[in-house]
Design a protein around this ligand. Structure first.
Ligand code: 0O2
Ligand code: 0O2
Length: 270
C-alpha cells in the first residue's frame, strides 16, 4: 500500500462528513420549525487527520490495507444537545433513518470511560455516491451535551499537549471536573423538569379559572341571579388570594347548582 494516494483515499470520508453535516443541520432546522424546540444544539464534523489515522492503526494493530474496516472514525460527526434526555431522542431518530445503518453503539454515558469521558457513540455504515459508483464507508457519530463537550474538548487538548506524560494529579482533577460536568447536566435536567411542571400547573390553573367564569355565566342562564352574584363575589375574593384549591372547590359548587337547576328545568321542558 506504499503507493496509496492518501488524498484520494480520504475523498469518500470528506464527502460523508459534508453530507452528514448537512443532514443533521437540516434535521435541527426542521425540528425547530415543527416543534419550536430541537434536541440538536449544533453539529460539527471532521475527517481524522492522516497522522492520527496512522497512529490509531498502529495502536490497534490494523494493517494498512484494512484501514477502511479497522478504523471506524475516519469520518466523524458530533451532535451537541442541551439536555441528557435529548441524546436518547437524537439516537432514536438516527436508528430510524433509512439513509444509514447503525452497526453498533457505545454508551459512555452510563459507562463512563476511565478518564471521565462521557458521550454516546454510534458507529454507522453510510453509502456515498462517488464518481466511481456506490461506496459504503464507516463513520462515527458522537452525541453529547454541551457540558460533556466542554469537558471533552478541553481534556482532549490537554491530553494532546502532554501526551502520555499527563501528571496523575491533573488526571485526577480532570476526573473530578468530569463529575462536576455530570452534576451540571443533572441539575439542568431537573431545572427543566420543574419549568415544565410549572407550565403545566399554570395551564391547569388558567383552565380552572376560565371554567369557573363560564359556569357563573351559566347560572344567569338558569335565572339563579343571586347565586351568580354571590359566586362572582366569591370568585373575586379567591382570585385576589390566588387560592387555586378554593377555586376548584368553587367550580364544583357552581357546577352542582347548575345540575340542580337542570333537574328542576326538566319537567317544564318536557
Ligand atoms: P452557525 O450559524 O455559525 O452556527 P465547514 O467545515 O465550514 O463547512 P462548519 O459546520 O461551519 O462546516 O464547521 P464545523 O467546524 O464542522 O462546525 C462548526 C459549527 O458548529 C458552526 O456552525 C459553529 O457555529 C458551531 N459551533 C461550534 N461550537 C459551538 C458552540 O459552542 N455553540 C454553538 N451553539 N455552536 C457551536 P455553522 O454551521 O457555521 O453555523
Ligand atoms: P479524535 O479524532 O482525536 O477525536 P480507543 O482505543 O478507545 O481510543 P475506539 O474504541 O475506537 O478507540 O474509540 P472510543 O473509545 O469509542 O473513542 C473514539 C473517540 O471518542 C475518540 O477519538 C475521541 O474523539 C472520543 N474519546 C474517547 N475517549 C475519550 C477521552 O477520554 N477524552 C476525550 N476528550 N475524548 C475521548 P480519537 O481516536 O481520540 O480521535
Amino acid at each position: 500500500m506504499d503507493g496509496r494516494d492518501w488524498g484520494i483515499f480520504l475523498l469518500p470520508y470528506e464527502q460523508t462528513v459534508e453530507e452528514l453535516k448537512v443532514k443533521f443541520k437540516t434535521m435541527r432546522a426542521e425540528l425547530k420549525k415543527r416543534e419550536e424546540y430541537t434536541p440538536i444544539e449544533f453539529v460539527t464534523g471532521r475527517v481524522k487527520r492522516l497522522s492520527s489515522i496512522l497512529e490509531k492503526a498502529k495502536r490497534l494493530n490494523v494493517r494498512m490495507e484494512d484501514l477502511e474496516q479497522g478504523i471506524e472514525d475516519i469520518a466523524g460527526i458530533r451532535i451537541m444537545c442541551q439536555f441528557v434526555e435529548d441524546i436518547r431522542r437524537v439516537a432514536e431518530m438516527i436508528r430510524a433513518r433509512k439513509d444509514l445503518e447503525v452497526l453498533y453503539e457505545k454508551d459512555y454515558i452510563t459507562n463512563y470511560k476511565e478518564s471521565g469521558y462521557r458521550s454516546f457513540h454510534m458507529i454507522i455504515k453510510y453509502p456515498v455516491q462517488t464518481a466511481l459508483g456506490l461506496k459504503i464507508v464507516l463513520a462515527e457519530i458522537q452525541i453529547r451535551t454541551l457540558a460533556m463537550n466542554f469537558w471533552a474538548t478541553i481534556e482532549h487538548s490537554l491530553n494532546y499537549k502532554y501526551r502520555e506524560s499527563l501528571p496523575d494529579e491533573i488526571r485526577l482533577r480532570l476526573k473530578t471536573a468530569a463529575e462536576a460536568a455530570s452534576i451540571l447536566d443533572s441539575e439542568m435536567s431537573s431545572i427543566r423538569e420543574e419549568i415544565l411542571e410549572a407550565q403545566k400547573t399554570f395551564e391547569e390553573n388558567s383552565n380552572t379559572t376560565t371554567q369557573v367564569l363560564h359556569a357563573i355565566h351559566q347560572l344567569y342562564f338558569y335565572h339563579l341571579v343571586n347565586e351568580a352574584i354571590r359566586s362572582q363575589e366569591e370568585f373575586n375574593e379567591i382570585w385576589q388570594r390566588q387560592d387555586m384549591e378554593a377555586m376548584k372547590e368553587l367550580l364544583l359548587r357552581v357546577r352542582a347548582m347548575i345540575s340542580e337547576a337542570k333537574k328542576g328545568d326538566l319537567p317544564d321542558g318536557l
